[in-house]
Design a protein around this ligand. Structure first.
Ligand code: AMP
Length: 132
């Protein structure tokens, strides 16, 4: 059975997409821990991040860097942090977390409330800085 991320990639489930290449898609996390929390997902359905082939791991990190820089420009956090967890969705992905405060907790499960209107605005601000 396809993962929820494959369903997003195939357009069966909607998302707030910020970027897409032949091999990757990036979209806002539906349950964010910070405003602009973004996931970078290789389209190839591989469960465990550290099972990605070398070239796909490298391109995933290169796309993640690009999207992190777009978050930095678009949302102006202090930094953008990165998490790889994979306990919920068995489809390799990188979490990019804008960090707006020195003491911000960067741990999945510490969710913030973001309205649909804000999600659209956040997506547009990041997308405007993407040039993949
Ligand atoms: P993990 O697999 O532990 O790295 O976490 C999976 C992440 O995917 C969580 O932060 C979820 O909020 C997020 N997520 C699950 N379903 C969706 C979806 N349909 N759209 C966007 N993000 C999702």
């Amino acid at each position: 059975m396809s993962t929820i991320f494959t369903k997003i990639i195939e357009g069966e489930i909607p998302c707030h997409k910020v970027a897409e290449t032949d091999e990757h898609i990036a979209f806002l996390d539906i349950n964010p821990i910070a405003e602009g929390h973004t996931l970078v997902v290789p389209k190839k359905e591989i469960d465990y991040f550290f099972d990605l082939p070398d070239d796909l791991m490298q391109s995933t990190m290169a796309v993640s860097r690009h999207i992190a820089k777009a978050i930095d420009k678009g949302l102006n956090p202090l930094r953008t942090g990165i998490i790889v967890q994979g306990l919920e969705v068995p489809h390799a992905h990188v979490h990019l977390i804008p960090l707006y405060k020195e003491n911000q907790v960067m741990a999945l499960g510490h969710n913030v409330s973001v309205s649909e209107e804000q999600m659209v605005e956040l997506k547009e601000k990041i997308t405007a800085e993407v040039s993949l």
